[in-house]
Design a protein around this ligand. Sequence first.
Ligand code: XMP
Length: 511
Amino acid sequence: PVLVVDYGAQYAQLIARRVRDLNVYSEIVPSTLTTSELLAKNPAAIILSGGPSSVNADATPIPTADLFEAGVPVFGICYGFQAMAVALGGTVEATGLREFGGTTLEVTETGRLFDGLPQSQSVWMSHTDCVSMAPEGFATTARTAGAPVAAFEDTSRRLAGVQFHPEVAHTPHGQAVLRHFLYDIAGIEPTWTMSNVIDEQVAAIREQVGDKNVLCALSGGVDSSVAAALVHRAVGDQLTCVFVDHGLLRAGEAEQVEKDYVAITGINLKVVDATERFLTALKGETDPETKRKIIGREFIRVFEQAAREVDAQSHTEFLVQGTLYPDVVESGGGTGTANIKSHHNVGGLPEDLQFTLVEPLRTLFKDEVRRIGTELGLPEPMVWRHPFPGPGLGIRIIGEVTAERLEILRAADAIARAELTAAGLDRSVWQFPVVLLADVRSVGVAGDGRTYGYPIVLRPVSSEDAMTADWSRLPYELLARISTRITNEVPEVNRVALDITSKPPGTIEWE
Ligand code: XMP
């Protein structure tokens, strides 16, 4: 792999993704690894990321010179660039010329990194210190107003670095710079493709599982669907999926899992229709947290029962989890020691139901999981499904959840989703919750008569990771169509409102 050494940058994941976009596999590792630990991973190249520290402060992590003598290509970015300069005998100073944001880079010597790129280009910077003298043997190839040495390279030793951030979208030629380092300086072949990943994962799953049986909780979401499809490709009928229909999914979603998914994959699927059970458990409950707890608790009980039945029929030793790479990195998995949150999606299973986890997506980012899903032939609406909360429509009905209210919300939600799709905007919003204010009524007029109906709230948001979000500026014509259709086609609803709150202070969901 190409190892991205994380010096505490918010950019480390982005760097790894950009490298993978160039069809080169890359992993993030913590800066606490020693040179020999890094080399033990047999890296094709090492990228030192940016980070918040100053290389001149005490106790900042700086790679030792032997890292650069091992014959492994190394690329430094921002802090990593400065750390590299210091380790190899160059100088880094606080000149007082800070640069944050877009700035112009002047290429002073083309070299390999800037081969074929404009002599003057905009780059994204974020630094207070700068390299004032490149180490011996390096050619300085670019400068900016605030950084006399903004890039250097020593192609004979396959070492290079840049002060700016090539990984961000604000550096238009950044991806070309990374490509030049990986392909031309490091000499890496771009062979990491999704079809290779599928082959590798299939082999790894077969190796792990052998002839034992495997269980998977299918939720209808992207991750569990793709994980199950991969495991099915590897071990076929040794896999049984359980789909707990809690009755809180959107229109057509349960059918999609039950029919389309099975038709395409040929997977063994056990469907548990637990709608009545969830409705009964939720009866009379209006508190959001209590509703969540009830849904979580019932889900575990139903899944546990189904798991016992599957296990009784054919002894099962493995459980599939759709854990993704960001979860692994964030829970310290990069160190190789942390215990990744187990049973993340199905909560705590009882002691006597012990499974070993199969996590075929744990090296992948979400967009890669989608590409694998597409390659495996899963239906587009499933592969591109927006994130959807486990408690489903249960937390999008503000007030008590009843069968009648679920019908109303499903009808309104289906219209909003269909219109968004028809406008071709599915991929430009992160999520589009549609919320029923079930305890509110407002007066309206229809035909010659007074109405007294429920309001529906549209909550389209854009986001990168759901931690922060902004309300999506959907076209007025689209909003108008959604509003007209909902008030015409869903008789219980006589008003449609648009939520224009960012997160924070609002959350994405209303409960
Ligand atoms: P909020 O509303 O906190 O949501 O801004 C952030 C993201 O998490 C989803 N969400 C949930 N997912 N169980 C889940 O599995 C939950 O209880 C839950 N609550 C919110 C939400 O849809 C958004 O993607």
